[in-house]
Design a protein around this ligand. Structure first.
Ligand SMILES: Cc1ncc(COP(=O)(O)O)c(C=O)c1O
Length: 357
């Protein structure tokens, strides 16, 4: 059977997004997709157990809350917004898809900072839209004046991946009117950063903040994310999302996780301490390190080939990410692990570099 005749030409022409490698064995030190090295909040695990233990597994037998009202109440309280400002998603990727489908017409244009999260380009292609990549300004700043291309939507990950850098809110406020399009502030890594752009939403600016429970909350396997946006926009986004895009277990866990501020503060402090250790260790090995506000570090070495280091680590069961972007030297991105994991990757790199592999 030849499906070429049936599949949309735009889909056939696409390469598709390549997710990071997900080895399903415990013996690997997995520092390639920015997961949290610590177990999630015990309260989140307990909330899921309560769902499973209900008589007749009632909450699994029935459809889940379509709009996640209980989660929205908790999120609104924690974030200081209204429940109507919150859109629930099956991971923040789901939220990014819903935003693109709602705000970008077929044949439209999307702008994203470059280099950044590659999924934005895939979402634009799926929508039959053009992706305009905008290089960062000096020191990973927003370029000014903004190169307005008539885009329907702009994506800015803050902190950015792979650089781990943040753009300050004053420059966003300054550049936003020049964009002439809504701005998605992708805050997947904000739990490790000093500031959030939620104030921009509260001030009624055309900004949508997207959040993930995969990184700061150690729940990547659960698939839960959310957006904070103007209530009128959330009502439109809800028309586009799948009716039941979040399941009963993830809703219960997400609500408990967001309510457990103590767990977040402790875990965040541990990850930031390991991040500083990793940055110092890499600099000591001669890497050029971009200071990170996220839970990963991006670095390049003047004398060692990134692909060789990547392969050498992989051969020793340590998975990191090889990052190749046009106009930038090949680099590696290493997720911040536990203190032991961080030391192991540093020691192994030192070993590999001493052997000149
Ligand atoms: C910048 C950025 N945004 C969003 C995501 C997606 O996260 P989630 O697991 O919530 O879909 C990622 C995942 O790596 C990311 O790097």
């Amino acid at each position: 059977m030849n499906w070429d005749h049936y599949v949309r030409p735009g889909i056939r022409a696409m390469a598709g997004y390549t997710p990071g490698e997900q080895p399903q064995t415990g013996s690997v030190l997995k520092l390639n997709t920015n997961e949290n090295p610590y177990p999630p909040s015990a309260k989140a695990l307990e909330a899921m157990r309560r769902v499973l233990d209900e008589p007749g597994a009632e909450r699994l037998r029935r459809y889940p809350e379509p709009f996640g009202d209980r989660f929205r109440d908790t999120a609104a309280r924690v974030l200081g917004v209204k429940p109507g400002n919150i859109l629930i998603g099956n991971g923040s990727d789901d939220i990014l898809t819903i935003l693109t489908r709602t705000l970008v017409p077929e044949g439209g244009r999307v702008q994203s900072l470059e280099p950044s999260y590659l999924l934005y380009g895939t979402l634009a292609s799926l929508q039959g839209a053009q992706m305009d990549e905008v290089p960062f300004g000096p020191g990973w700043s927003l370029p000014e004046p903004w190169p307005n291309s008539g885009a329907n939507l702009v994506f800015l990950p803050n902190p950015n991946s792979p650089s781990g850098t943040v753009v300050d809110l004053q420059s966003i406020r300054r550049v936003l009117p020049q964009m002439k399009a809504p701005l998605v502030l992708d805050e997947a890594y904000v739990d490790f950063a000093p500031a959030t752009g939620l104030d921009l939403v509260r001030e009624g600016l055309p900004v949508i903040v997207t959040r993930s429970l995969s990184k700061g909350y150690a729940l990547a396997g659960l698939r839960f994310g959310y957006a904070v946006a103007d209530e009128a926009l959330v009502r439109e986004l809800e028309k586009v999302k799948d009716s039941y895009n979040c399941d009963a277990l993830s809703l219960a866990a997400a609500e408990a996780a967001l309510g457990d501020g103590e767990w977040l503060a402790e875990t965040r402090a541990k990850v930031i301490a390991s991040r500083e250790h990793l940055e110092r260790g890499l600099a000591h090995l001669g890497f050029s390190v971009t200071p990170s506000q996220a839970n990963f570090v991006w670095c390049r070495h003047p004398h060692h080939v990134a692909k060789t280091l990547f392969d050498g680590l992989k051969a020793r069961n340590i998975f990191i990410r090889l990052m190749r972007y046009p106009g930038h030297a090949d680099g590696i991105r290493i997720t911040v692990g536990t203190p032991e994991g961080t030391q192991r990757v540093l020691d192994t790199l030192a070993d590999l570099m001493a052997k000149k592999v």
